[in-house]
Design a binder for this molecule. Structure first.
Ligand code: PMP
Length: 362
């Protein structure tokens, strides 16, 4: 078997133990005589799988009982439409923080349905920081405040979360740092995340929504876009993404066995710390454009002083079994995505490679 350390931003590395477990159960899930892929989503076996996955997620994140967990499809991108269609209510506009690529797409889509007030933007310094919340121009009449807790391409992460103001719910795209650090769900109105980074395979999108927000949808909303419809049907209005839900359930079980989100957070800080330290100690050979306070623990972006060496850096890394280090095509450079499932050894291997490459080319 050939095994590499996979630094892809998503779909991304999954815990090796989870893949082995899925392999062992591939043909016969718990004596059912069939694969999870072949099961009716309404049968008792799959019902057990989805209920257990929800229970485990609730305990991992301490999700209060007045929040619903929805297992949806359409990716985080579909939430860019579902959020305004469901939550605008009788308000005219929504507040949004613009910290980069994914914020901009959320803003673009929300503008189709609502007025969008950009309360703050870090575009002035090429999205390398999060504007201080005291400077945000918030609208007391906004339907909600939307932000992206971790910009997967820019490598910029909120270090603290905004305070909810009055009755205005906080809505967060947590796609790339979901389950990576402890959060207080009760401070949010709605959290969403595509699965393919910290949760499981692509094809599944998780939404955690406070119950009182389920009835603000526009009357013409397509049935499949309505949180109320999916909540009332326990995510079974239509056929859900059964296999990704099953794998997500295995990942949640794995996370619990690792010590839960608190243990993951400590490990994630250690991993990110090693990489940023290597960048800082390279005497300028490598550099990270993001301001120190907002450097992502999930997506570490960096460049070489001599950008003409970047192709050789990526090729050499690939030859050493360190794959998917090329930055997003929109920004170039390098990006190491080090989600929960990336082992410490993978990060150590990358750091050793970086030191050796700098020694050879510095
Ligand atoms: N938001 C963030 C922060 C993301 O990283 C991504 C995907 N990389 C998306 C939204 C879009 O997700 P999807 O491809 O699941 O629609």
């Amino acid at each position: 078997m050939s095994k590499v350390y996979n630094f892809s931003a998503g779909p991304a590395v999954l815990p090796h133990e989870v893949l082995l477990e899925a392999q062992g159960e591939m043909l016969d899930w718990h004596g059912s005589g069939m694969s999870v892929m072949e099961m009716s989503h309404r049968g008792k076996e799959f019902m057990e799988i989805i209920h257990q996955a929800e229970q485990d997620l609730r305990s991992l994140m301490n999700i209060p009982s007045n929040y619903r967990v929805l297992f949806l499809q359409g990716g985080a991108s579909m939430q860019f439409s579902m959020v305004p269609l469901n939550l605008l209510g009788d308000r005219a506009s929504v507040d949004v923080v613009n910290t980069g690529h994914w914020s901009k797409l959320a803003i673009k889509e929300a503008r189709r349905y609502a007025g969008v007030n950009v309360v703050a933007s870090s575009e002035d310094r090429n999205f390398t920081y999060v504007p201080a919340s005291e400077t945000w121009q918030r609208d007391p009449q906004a339907a909600y405040l939307h932000f992206t807790s971790n910009e997967t391409i820019g490598g910029v992460q909120f270090s603290t979360f905004p305070e909810p103001e009055g009755e205005i719910p906080l809505v967060c795209d947590m796609s790339s740092d979901f389950l990576s650090r402890e959060i207080d769900v009760s401070r949010f109105g709605l959290i969403y995340a595509g699965a393919q980074k910290n949760i499981g395979p692509s094809g599944l999108t998780l939404v955690i929504v406070r119950e009182d927000l389920l009835d603000r949808a526009q009357p013409q909303i397509p049935t499949m876009m309505s949180y109320r419809v999916h909540a009332d049907a326990d995510s079974m209005y239509n056929t859900p993404a059964t296999y990704p839900i099953y794998i997500a359930g295995l990942v949640f079980k794995w996370l619990k066995a690792q010590g839960g989100v608190r243990a993951m957070e400590a490990r994630n800080e250690e991993k990110a710390g090693l990489l940023y330290h290597a960048i800082e100690q390279s005497g300028g050979f490598y550099h990270c454009p993001v301001e120190v306070a907002f450097r992502s623990r999930m997506n570490v972006v960096f460049r070489l002083r001599d950008e003409s060496l970047e192709e050789a850096f990526v090729a050499g890394a690939r030859a050493a079994g360190l794959v998917q280090l090329k930055g997003h095509r929109a920004v170039g450079g390098m990006r190491a995505s080090i989600y929960n499932a990336m082992p410490l050894e993978g990060v150590k291997a990358l750091v050793s490679y970086m030191l050796e490459f700098a020694r050879q080319h510095g």
